[in-house]
Design a protein around this ligand. Structure first.
Ligand SMILES: O=C(O)CCC(=O)C(=O)O
Length: 209
Protein backbone atom coordinates (compact mmCIF):
# COMPACT_ATOMS: atom_id res chain seq x y z
CA UNK A 1 0.00 0.00 0.00
CA UNK A 2 1.34 3.46 -0.83
CA UNK A 3 0.71 6.24 1.69
CA UNK A 4 -1.82 7.84 -0.66
CA UNK A 5 -2.54 11.00 1.30
CA UNK A 6 1.16 11.78 1.65
CA UNK A 7 2.01 15.28 0.37
CA UNK A 8 5.78 15.46 -0.17
CA UNK A 9 5.81 19.28 -0.15
CA UNK A 10 4.14 19.68 3.26
CA UNK A 11 5.97 21.32 6.14
CA UNK A 12 3.38 20.14 8.67
CA UNK A 13 3.09 16.62 10.12
CA UNK A 14 1.29 13.87 8.23
CA UNK A 15 0.12 10.80 10.12
CA UNK A 16 1.18 7.62 8.28
CA UNK A 17 0.17 5.03 10.89
CA UNK A 18 -2.05 5.43 13.95
CA UNK A 19 -3.45 2.04 14.92
CA UNK A 20 -5.35 0.54 17.81
CA UNK A 21 -2.28 -1.48 18.79
CA UNK A 22 -0.59 1.83 19.69
CA UNK A 23 1.63 2.11 16.61
CA UNK A 24 2.30 5.71 15.63
CA UNK A 25 4.31 6.95 12.61
CA UNK A 26 4.37 10.56 11.40
CA UNK A 27 6.32 12.41 8.74
CA UNK A 28 7.22 16.06 8.25
CA UNK A 29 8.14 15.97 4.52
CA UNK A 30 9.90 19.35 4.48
CA UNK A 31 11.15 19.56 8.03
CA UNK A 32 14.47 21.22 7.13
CA UNK A 33 14.57 24.12 4.69
CA UNK A 34 16.31 23.23 1.43
CA UNK A 35 19.47 25.38 1.71
CA UNK A 36 20.12 24.12 5.24
CA UNK A 37 19.48 20.50 4.24
CA UNK A 38 21.98 20.89 1.36
CA UNK A 39 24.54 22.32 3.79
CA UNK A 40 24.11 19.53 6.32
CA UNK A 41 24.33 16.88 3.59
CA UNK A 42 27.71 18.25 2.47
CA UNK A 43 28.96 18.67 6.01
CA UNK A 44 28.01 15.15 7.10
CA UNK A 45 29.33 13.54 3.92
CA UNK A 46 32.79 14.97 4.58
CA UNK A 47 33.07 15.28 8.36
CA UNK A 48 31.64 12.07 9.81
CA UNK A 49 33.85 9.08 10.62
CA UNK A 50 32.12 6.66 8.27
CA UNK A 51 32.84 2.94 8.55
CA UNK A 52 31.66 -0.19 6.80
CA UNK A 53 31.27 -2.70 9.64
CA UNK A 54 30.63 -6.42 9.85
CA UNK A 55 27.53 -7.85 11.55
CA UNK A 56 26.22 -11.37 12.17
CA UNK A 57 22.98 -12.38 10.44
CA UNK A 58 21.66 -15.96 10.83
CA UNK A 59 25.07 -17.00 12.17
CA UNK A 60 27.10 -15.57 9.28
CA UNK A 61 29.44 -12.55 9.41
CA UNK A 62 29.15 -10.09 6.56
CA UNK A 63 29.78 -6.45 5.79
CA UNK A 64 26.75 -4.20 6.05
CA UNK A 65 25.72 -2.86 2.64
CA UNK A 66 26.15 0.80 3.65
CA UNK A 67 28.41 2.99 5.75
CA UNK A 68 27.51 3.78 9.34
CA UNK A 69 28.60 5.97 12.26
CA UNK A 70 27.50 6.22 15.89
CA UNK A 71 27.68 9.47 17.89
CA UNK A 72 26.28 10.39 21.29
CA UNK A 73 26.84 11.19 24.95
CA UNK A 74 30.04 9.89 26.50
CA UNK A 75 30.09 6.13 27.10
CA UNK A 76 26.85 5.36 25.24
CA UNK A 77 27.08 2.00 23.51
CA UNK A 78 24.79 0.35 21.00
CA UNK A 79 24.82 -3.40 20.41
CA UNK A 80 23.09 -5.01 17.47
CA UNK A 81 23.66 -8.09 15.32
CA UNK A 82 26.89 -9.04 17.06
CA UNK A 83 28.50 -5.59 16.80
CA UNK A 84 29.09 -3.03 19.57
CA UNK A 85 29.42 0.65 18.76
CA UNK A 86 30.94 3.15 21.22
CA UNK A 87 29.65 6.69 20.68
CA UNK A 88 31.92 9.34 19.20
CA UNK A 89 31.40 12.84 20.69
CA UNK A 90 28.66 15.10 19.29
CA UNK A 91 29.73 17.47 16.52
CA UNK A 92 28.17 20.90 15.92
CA UNK A 93 25.86 19.84 13.04
CA UNK A 94 24.77 16.68 14.85
CA UNK A 95 24.01 18.74 17.97
CA UNK A 96 21.98 21.22 15.91
CA UNK A 97 20.01 18.41 14.26
CA UNK A 98 19.42 16.75 17.62
CA UNK A 99 17.98 20.01 19.01
CA UNK A 100 15.61 20.31 16.03
CA UNK A 101 14.40 16.72 16.52
CA UNK A 102 14.00 17.16 20.28
CA UNK A 103 11.97 20.35 19.84
CA UNK A 104 9.66 18.63 17.36
CA UNK A 105 9.21 15.33 19.21
CA UNK A 106 9.41 16.49 22.83
CA UNK A 107 11.93 13.71 23.49
CA UNK A 108 15.52 13.82 24.81
CA UNK A 109 17.91 11.86 22.61
CA UNK A 110 21.37 10.79 23.78
CA UNK A 111 22.68 9.20 20.58
CA UNK A 112 22.36 9.06 16.81
CA UNK A 113 22.99 6.25 14.33
CA UNK A 114 23.96 7.52 10.89
CA UNK A 115 23.56 5.46 7.72
CA UNK A 116 25.11 6.44 4.40
CA UNK A 117 23.69 4.78 1.28
CA UNK A 118 26.25 5.40 -1.48
CA UNK A 119 23.79 4.39 -4.22
CA UNK A 120 20.83 2.06 -4.78
CA UNK A 121 22.96 -1.02 -4.06
CA UNK A 122 23.30 0.10 -0.45
CA UNK A 123 20.28 -0.91 1.59
CA UNK A 124 18.91 -2.05 4.95
CA UNK A 125 16.93 -5.26 5.41
CA UNK A 126 13.72 -5.85 7.36
CA UNK A 127 14.14 -5.19 11.07
CA UNK A 128 12.64 -3.36 14.06
CA UNK A 129 14.56 -1.03 16.33
CA UNK A 130 13.67 -3.17 19.34
CA UNK A 131 16.97 -3.83 21.12
CA UNK A 132 16.44 -3.89 24.90
CA UNK A 133 18.62 -0.82 25.52
CA UNK A 134 16.11 1.29 23.53
CA UNK A 135 13.41 0.62 26.13
CA UNK A 136 9.87 -0.73 25.76
CA UNK A 137 8.33 1.83 23.39
CA UNK A 138 11.20 3.74 21.80
CA UNK A 139 10.74 7.02 19.96
CA UNK A 140 13.01 7.14 16.90
CA UNK A 141 13.43 10.45 15.04
CA UNK A 142 14.76 9.85 11.55
CA UNK A 143 16.13 12.60 9.28
CA UNK A 144 16.74 12.00 5.57
CA UNK A 145 19.23 14.01 3.49
CA UNK A 146 20.06 13.56 -0.20
CA UNK A 147 18.59 11.05 -2.65
CA UNK A 148 15.02 10.09 -1.73
CA UNK A 149 14.77 6.37 -0.99
CA UNK A 150 11.78 4.10 -0.57
CA UNK A 151 10.98 3.20 3.04
CA UNK A 152 8.78 0.15 3.60
CA UNK A 153 6.85 -0.70 6.75
CA UNK A 154 5.33 -4.15 7.30
CA UNK A 155 3.04 -5.23 10.12
CA UNK A 156 4.39 -8.35 11.84
CA UNK A 157 0.96 -9.95 12.30
CA UNK A 158 -1.37 -8.67 9.56
CA UNK A 159 1.45 -8.35 6.93
CA UNK A 160 -0.07 -4.99 5.90
CA UNK A 161 2.56 -3.01 4.01
CA UNK A 162 3.05 0.69 3.53
CA UNK A 163 5.70 2.37 1.33
CA UNK A 164 6.78 5.99 1.10
CA UNK A 165 9.70 7.89 -0.39
CA UNK A 166 11.61 9.84 2.24
CA UNK A 167 12.42 13.26 0.79
CA UNK A 168 15.57 15.37 1.31
CA UNK A 169 15.12 17.30 4.56
CA UNK A 170 12.27 15.16 5.92
CA UNK A 171 11.70 13.97 9.48
CA UNK A 172 9.98 10.64 10.22
CA UNK A 173 9.06 9.82 13.82
CA UNK A 174 8.21 6.26 14.88
CA UNK A 175 6.69 6.14 18.37
CA UNK A 176 4.38 4.18 20.69
CA UNK A 177 4.29 0.45 19.90
CA UNK A 178 5.57 0.84 16.32
CA UNK A 179 8.75 -1.18 16.94
CA UNK A 180 6.78 -4.00 18.61
CA UNK A 181 4.32 -4.42 15.73
CA UNK A 182 6.09 -3.18 12.59
CA UNK A 183 9.33 -3.88 10.76
CA UNK A 184 10.92 -1.47 8.30
CA UNK A 185 13.47 -1.60 5.48
CA UNK A 186 15.23 0.45 2.80
CA UNK A 187 15.18 -1.85 -0.26
CA UNK A 188 17.82 -2.01 -2.99
CA UNK A 189 17.02 -0.18 -6.22
CA UNK A 190 18.84 -0.41 -9.56
CA UNK A 191 17.46 3.00 -10.58
CA UNK A 192 19.04 4.95 -7.72
CA UNK A 193 22.50 6.42 -8.32
CA UNK A 194 22.60 9.29 -5.78
CA UNK A 195 23.80 9.26 -2.18
CA UNK A 196 21.58 9.46 0.87
CA UNK A 197 22.38 10.05 4.52
CA UNK A 198 19.95 9.04 7.24
CA UNK A 199 20.20 9.95 10.92
CA UNK A 200 18.15 8.11 13.53
CA UNK A 201 18.15 9.89 16.88
CA UNK A 202 17.63 7.49 19.77
CA UNK A 203 17.57 7.29 23.55
CA UNK A 204 19.64 4.48 24.98
CA UNK A 205 18.60 3.55 28.52
CA UNK A 206 21.44 4.77 30.78
CA UNK A 207 21.23 1.63 32.97
CA UNK A 208 22.83 -0.45 30.19
CA UNK A 209 26.28 -1.55 31.44
O1 LIG B 1 17.69 4.77 6.37
C1 LIG B 1 16.61 4.74 6.91
O2 LIG B 1 15.72 5.57 6.67
C2 LIG B 1 16.28 3.65 7.90
C3 LIG B 1 17.30 3.51 8.97
C4 LIG B 1 16.96 2.41 9.91
O3 LIG B 1 16.07 1.64 9.69
C5 LIG B 1 17.72 2.24 11.14
O4 LIG B 1 18.71 2.96 11.39
O5 LIG B 1 17.33 1.36 11.94
Amino acid sequence: MQASLFDSSATSAQQLIASEDGSDVKIWPQFIELAQADKWLQELTHHIQWQQRAITVYGKRHLQPRLIAWYGDEGIRYRYSGDTLLALPWTQPLGALRTRCEQQSGMAFNSVLLNRYRDGQDAMGWHSDNESELGRAPVIASISLGQARRFDLRHRQTREKLSIFLPHGSLLVMAGNTQAYWEHQIPRSKKITGERINLTFRRIEPSTP
